[in-house]
Each structure stands twice: as structure tokens, then as C-alpha cells.
Design a protein around this ligand. Structure first.
Ligand code: ADP
Ligand code: ZN
Ligand code: ZN
Length: 740
């Protein structure tokens, strides 16, 4: 069989779409791979140059008699870029996307425009707020604004090059003006900042205590020997940061470089400053407020070895260090490490793959490791290190469960229980600070009984069902439907219904109950403007408020020594997400929230309010017992064959035409059944996705579970082929999503 290679002659975003096809000679067929550097004849004179293979195919794109042949594989041209290309090829094969999408994910975008004239359009709104604004613009038929907002939303950095955008989107200064006035976006002229500049005094280094030393030594030894990924399970306040810094130092001493991933939301001044204090200008940060050009500059600095430690969210993983020695992933359980767009890769998996390819050690850390990682650690695939004591043996906060069902019986319908209110009063009198936490996600469609705590769940999937506008309860895994209950099927009470509570309502309630208290609120509304986050956190840190109310953004990695009380207002909110990971997420959120209290001299106290006080995730979080949680959770996963007990792949379909989508998804389901003659797969769906329609695109999903991940990867390849050759799918957008 003939084999053809798509070859690009320069590794850059612009050149990706300009590939040339070459014939692969017989002698190279078995060795050639995507990502490799090859010698090719180029141009009229057939000058010999180096190109890079982006893909291999059996089908020729042009007439084959004019096609030139690859001369040889260029073994010596193994540059950092070609390493990154091989990583892209791996991502492409694992997660299903085009090779170009994978390449664009790993390669930095070159800044084309001359630095001096550079103008950048920068989205100031958080994405959620911007989407709402976009909807508004659509309704009013502001076509140019719609194009611009859509492009900004599609950009990971939330920025666009001004000149390029004007051209490609056909917008003008008058399109921008009203948006600038509304603070939706801004145009930065020239170079306002050349990357983030943080001035930090070098500080006296802390000395690791015994617990920290044991972990540091253990990880360095693992790195010297087997090099398995290392998981640090360290309780909140145990001092993981110092462990990371000592590890980084030893890698730097060996002349190599380090990538540190932290969730964007924790990428605050506070955290980053600690790294600057230690490593000075060897450190650099990537975050979503950098423009493409600034990002590229940062990557260039890393490539040339001027920067040796790169800190950033998911995409910092693709920093082109010449000799990467370690990748550290802090808060490894965070869902933001998973990409929500194609390719839907998980940073943890890609880090491990990059580590393998470049002989770099991977270190994962969390107070509440993901069940996935913990499971691998228990199986010996990762090396496990535990830190069970807080630094200086500061006690973990005293935690109390408040049964909200009892509050209702006692006639208290507010979201703040008697015991919590009493504790708040005491703190206000003593001048100590507190945090009230609502673990809500974007949508909370579940239905529960306020009298007995009953929650409507799918009888087939054991996940919460969601209440839809048409008044029926729907399972988002299998599509099962039932009528909404008028009375509770468990206790007969009429107090059954959708659960509603927002941060704004809580703020109002607190102000009524404690008129003299100073309250700060942190949620989408108050943080959508630039620096909104930092402003609120810093004001709270300066003790300009007594009470901070917020969603999960307030629990991530912040250290407020004067906070002595934490209230989790309704732990059930995340417990009832329509998702098999809801118990895990609740355990993590409640544990992290509780861990915010008592980090200073004064011991902390926490109240966890819930309608389901007997739920194991909540009980385990309250007693800060990770093992107990893990055992119960894994029993459930094993029983239901959910990851990590089995691998799971979701086939996500999107289409403007609902009937066409249903038809297409049905065909996919049937095709899978035909392939699966031996019944090796557990297939459910198609069903509507949890958010079943976004911007007029209908969305459905099919879930497939199998013990062996490789079986699913092979199935994905088959499905990709099937979809490509069947024209019926040309208007349906299919994505693959692996849960591990
Ligand atoms: P974690 O990330 O594990 O929750 P941190 O790394 O934030 O914990 O550490 C908690 C607190 O303990 C911080 O204020 C940190 O400065 C302090 N700390 C940790 N280890 C040491 C040490 N060896 N010497 C002095 N202070 C330490
Ligand atoms: Zn009930
Ligand atoms: Zn179901």
C-alpha cells in the first residue's frame, strides 16, 4: 500500500495549514511517524531542506505522478519543536481531533505584528458574562458584534490581534466603541506590559520540617530510580508549597527546567509571589490575561533558557523548555486541568506522556486527590507520599454537621441555621473573619425533599435527574424520564421541588441578620471585571470585611490567617449534580472549604449544613477522612463500572437541527452495536447532555464503558472513520471525551 506524508516546512501556526504531500519511500514506511523531521526536496530547484511530518495517510490529496518523495528521516533535527510535535501526535491519537488542532494546542503562536504597532483586543468580561452579552447582541441583530464576541470567546487567551481581527471579522472601530464603553473589552495599544512584572524581595528561605524532608527525599529518589509519577497527598496547611520549591531547586541545580501547573483561579498574586521570593526572575507566569504576543515572548524566553520555571494553568504544560526536568501539578484533582474543547485532553495524562518522552519527573499534589490518581497510586502505577500533619501541628478545624431537615421542622426556613448564626455572632464580637461558601455550579437542576432529604435519582444510573422546563425529570446519562413529583415519594411531604439559592440572596439575608457586619461577595457578577478577583481577596486580606460570601472561587488556595469560621451553606448543591463524580466533587469542595479555617494562630471551626447528613462524602469531609471517602466511592464506581474502575468515553454530538442530531446519534449507536458483536462494551444513550442546548445548538451524548482504555481508543478511531465517510454527518459536530 502506498503511504503519503503531510509535511510542513516551518513549525508555526501559520504554516500548519500549508502542508505539502510527499510520497513515503518503501524503506522508510515502517519507521516514519507523525512529528518526525524529514529531509525533502523543495521548490523548483529541489533544494534539500528539513520539513516536519504532521500526518500520514493512504489517500493522496493530489495527483501522484507529480508527487515528490521524502529523501530521508532527519535524526539530528530533533529540536524542542519536533518533540512537541510528537506530543501533539500522541494527543491526536488519544483524544480524537485533527492533527492540526492538536498541533495548535501545543505550539506557541508567533507574534507577527511588529512590537511597536501592536494593538490587542482583550475581553474583560468573564466568559459566562460575555456569553450573556453575546446572546443580547444576537437578539438585537448586531452582526459585527456577534462575530467579534464569538471570536473572543473561542480564544483561550481571550484576546485577538487588533489588525488581524479587523480584517478577518470585518469589524471597524465603531464596532468596538460601544463594547469598550460597556467595559466588555479593551484595546491595548503598543506594549503596555511585557509579561507580568512582580517585584518581590528575596526572603529568607524556610527550612523543611521532618515530614517535608521525607517527601522531598522520597521523590528525588523515585526520580533517580523508576521515575514513576509521584502523588503527594498532603492535608490542607501541611506545607506542600515548600516541598515543591525544594524539588524545583534541585532540578535547577542539575541545569534543567520546571513547569508548575496551578489552577487559573489560584493564580493569584499571593501564590505567585512566594515563587518569586524564592527564585527571582528565573520564574515566569502564563495566565489568560496575557495577549498572544506576550505569551509568545514568554515561550521564547523559556526556549532560550532565560526563564527556568514556568507557572501557569493547563496550557503552560506546552512550554518549550530545552531540557525539562520536572512537571508539578498542584491541586491535581481540579477539573480545569481537563480541556473542554478539542482536543479534550487531560493535563495530567499529557504531563505524564511528556515526562516519559523527555525523561522529566511528574509530581502531583493535593489535599483531596482525584480518585483516578489515588487509585493509580494504590495500584503502584504512581508513587504515593502522605503528609498528615499541618505545619507546626496546627489543629484541623473543629467541624460540625448541621441537619437542615431539623431546621425546617423547627420553623427556620432561612439558609443560615441557628448554630451557624450563633457562631457568626461570636466571631463578629471578637473581630475575627469568616467565610460563607455556596458550592454551586452553573446549573443546579436537581429535585429534593426539604423535609427528609430525598433526592430524585435515575433508577438505572444512580445519578441525580434534572428538572426540565417542561416539568419532567430527565436522566442525562441514559435519557430516562419521569413526571415531576407533587409530594415526596419517600415521606409524603409537599416540600419537594427544585433547589434554589444564590449568593445574592445569602448576602441580603446576612445583612438583615447582622446589620453592622461588613460583607464582601465573590461570584460571577462581582468578578467579571478585570482584577475583580484580586481586589476582593486583597480587601478581605486587609480585613476590610468581616464576612466573605462566595462560590467555589473562594476556597482555592488562599491563606487568610484571621479566618476562624467557615460555613458551608448547603453541601447538597454539588452532591446532586447530574454526574457520577458529584460525590467526589462534594468531598473535595467541603474538605477544601473547611481547610480555610484556622490557618493562623487561632484554631478554626466549621459548620457544614446539609439535608443529607448521612451521605458518606459529607461525613468523610467533616471528619477529614480521605481513606473512608475513597473506599466508599470506589465501591460505588466498581459497582456501576464508572472510572477509574472502568474507562469511559463520551461521544458528544451537536447540531442546530434536533431531528437530524437524533438520527445521527442513533446511527452511531447502531454502528457501535454492530462492531460490538462479543458484547464487550457497556453503551448507554443517546440522551440529552446536561446542558441540552447551547446557543441554539442541540446536544446529545452516548456513553461507552470498557475496562480497557485501549479498546475505547480503537473504537474512537473506527467511529472517526465512519463519521468521515458518511455524508449524513456533515452538519453534525461530533467530539470525543475520555473520562479516566
Ligand atoms: P498547603 O499548600 O499544603 O495547604 P502551604 O504550603 O500553604 O500548605 O503551607 C501552610 C503554611 O505553613 C504557610 O503559611 C507556610 O508558609 C507555612 N509553612 C509550611 N512549611 C513551613 C516551614 N518548613 N517553615 C515555615 N513555615 C512553613
Ligand atoms: Zn421527603
Ligand atoms: Zn439513567
Amino acid at each position: 500500500m502506498e503511504l503519503y506524508a503531510d509535511v510542513i516546512v516551518d513549525i508555526s501556526h501559520e504554516k500548519l495549514d500549508k502542508s505539502f504531500q510527499y510520497r513515503v519511500p518503501e524503506r522508510l514506511k515502517s519507521r516514519i511517524q507523525a512529528g518526525m523531521a524529514v529531509k525533502i526536496p523543495f521548490g523548483k530547484a529541489n533544494r534539500e531542506i528539513t520539513g516536519y511530518v504532521t500526518g500520514l495517510t493512504g489517500r493522496a490529496a493530489v495527483s501522484t505522478d507529480r508527487m515528490k518523495e521524502i529523501l530521508d528521516i532527519n535524526e539530528r533535527a530533533e529540536t524542542i519543536e519536533s518533540k512537541m510535535m510528537r506530543l501533539a501526535a500522541w494527543i491526536h491519537s488519544q483524544y480524537g481531533s485533527t492533527m492540526n488542532q492538536a498541533l495548535k494546542t501545543v505550539l506557541p503562536v508567533k507574534a507577527k505584528v511588529q512590537e511597536k504597532q501592536k494593538k490587542t483586543i482583550r475581553l474583560l468580561f468573564e466568559k459566562e458574562a460575555a456569553r450573556a452579552y453575546l446572546q443580547e447582541a444576537k437578539r438585537k441583530h448586531y452582526a459585527a458584534r456577534v462575530r467579534l464576541l464569538e471570536a473572543l470567546l473561542a480564544s483561550e487567551t481571550k484576546t485577538l490581534d487588533y489588525n488581524a481581527a479587523c480584517k478577518s471579522l470585518q469589524i471597524t472601530a465603531s464596532t468596538l466603541r460601544p463594547l469598550i464603553k460597556d467595559d466588555v473589552l479593551t484595546v491595548d495599544a503598543d506594549r503596555i506590559y511585557r509579561g507580568p512584572q512582580i517585584q518581590a524581595e528575596a526572603r529568607k528561605r524556610q527550612i523543611p520540617n521532618e515530614q517535608q524532608q521525607i517527601v522531598i527525599r522520597g521523590i528525588l529518589e523515585e526520580a533517580r530510580n523508576e521515575g514513576r509519577p509521584c502523588l503527594i497527598h498532603g492535608v490542607t496547611g501541611s506545607g506542600k508549597t515548600l516541598v515543591y520549591m525544594e524539588l524545583i531547586q534541585s532540578v535547577l541545580d542539575a541545569g534543567r527546567q520546571v513547569i508548575v501547573l496551578i489552577p487559573e483561579i489560584a493564580l493569584t498574586y499571593q501564590t505567585v509571589r512566594r515563587f518569586y521570593e524564592y527564585f527571582g526572575d528565573q520564574v515566569s507566569i502564563l495566565h489568560s490575561r496575557l495577549s498572544q504576543g506576550e505569551r509568545y515572548d514568554q515561550m521564547q524566553q523559556a526556549r532560550e533558557g532565560r526563564v527556568k520555571v514556568m507557572i501557569g494553568p493547563r496550557s503552560a504544560l506546552f512550554t518549550p523548555f530545552p531540557d525539562l526536568g520536572m512537571v508539578i501539578i498542584d491541586e491535581e484533582h481540579e477539573s480545569s486541568y481537563k480541556s473542554e474543547t478539542m482536543p479534550r485532553y487531560h493535563a495530567r495524562e499529557v504531563a505524564i506522556q511528556r515526562g516519559k518522552m523527555e525523561h522529566a519527573q511528574v509530581v502531583l499534589g493535593s489535599a483531596t486527590p482525584s480518585t483516578d490518581s489515588y487509585w493509580k497510586a494504590k495500584n503502584g502505577e504512581y508513587a504515593l507520599f502522605s503528609m498528615t500533619q499541618r505545619y507546626e501541628d496546627r489543629p484541623l478545624p473543629k467541624v460540625e454537621i448541621v441537619d437542615l431537615r431539623g431546621e425546617l421542622k423547627a420553623g427556620n426556613r432561612s439558609m443560615i441555621s441557628e448554630p451557624l448564626a450563633k457562631a457568626m455572632q461570636q466571631r463578629l464580637e471578637k473581630g475575627e473573619q469568616m467565610m460563607l461558601f455556596l458550592n454551586r455550579r452553573g446549573y443546579a437542576g436537581f429535585v429534593s425533599c426539604r423535609s427528609c432529604g430525598y433526592v430524585a435519582k435515575c433508577p438505572h444510573c444512580d445519578v441525580s435527574m434534572s428538572l426540565h422546563n417542561h416539568g419532567r425529570l430527565v436522566c442525562h446519562y441514559c435519557g430516562y424520564e419521569t413526571a415531576q413529583y407533587k409530594t415526596c415519594p419517600s415521606c409524603g411531604s409537599p416540600y419537594i421541588g427544585g433547589f434554589k439559592a444564590g449568593t445574592q440572596q445569602i448576602e441580603k439575608m446576612v445583612k438583615t441578620m447582622f446589620p453592622k457586619s461588613r460583607v464582601l461577595r465573590m461570584d460571577f457578577d462581582t468578578t467579571r471585571k478585570k482584577e475583580g478577583h484580586t481586589r476582593i481577596l486583597e480587601a478581605f486580606n486587609r480585613q476590610e470585611a468581616d464576612i466573605l460570601i462566595g462560590t467555589q472561587m473562594i476556597v482555592k488556595g488562599h491563606d487568610f490567617p484571621n479566618v476562624t469560621l467557615v460555613g458551608v451553606l448547603a453541601a447538597d448543591l454539588s452532591l446532586n449534580d447530574a454526574d457520577f463524580r458529584s460525590g467526589e466533587r462534594t468531598f473535595q469542595l467541603v474538605t477544601q472549604a473547611v481547610g480555610r479555617a484556622g490557618r493562623g494562630e487561632v484554631p478554626g471551626e466549621a459548620f457544614v449544613q446539609t439535608y443529607q447528613p448521612d451521605n458518606y462524602s459529607i461525613r468523610a469531609a467533616v471528619s477529614q477522612d480521605y481513606e473512608a471517602f475513597y473506599e466508599e466511592e470506589m465501591a460505588y464506581r466498581a459497582l456501576m463500572k464508572y472510572p477509574p474502575a472502568a474507562a469511559m468515553m463520551a461521544v458528544l454530538g451537536g447540531c442546530e437541527d434536533e431531528a437530524l442530531l437524533s438520527q445521527g446519534m442513533k446511527y452511531i449507536r447502531e454502528y457501535i452495536s454492530r462492531l460490538d458483536k462479543k458484547h464487550m462494551l457497556r453503551v448507554i444513550g443517546p440522551a440529552p447532555q446536561a446542558v441540552s442546548r447551547v446557543q441554539d445548538i442541540y446536544r446529545q451524548v452516548i456513553y461507552i464503558r470498557q475496562k480497557d482504555r485501549n479498546v475505547l481508543t480503537a473504537l474512537k478511531d473506527k467511529l472517526e472513520e465512519y463519521i468521515e465517510i458518511n455524508s449524513g454527518f456533515s452538519n453534525i459536530h461530533i467530539q470525543f471525551d475520555f473520562h479516566i
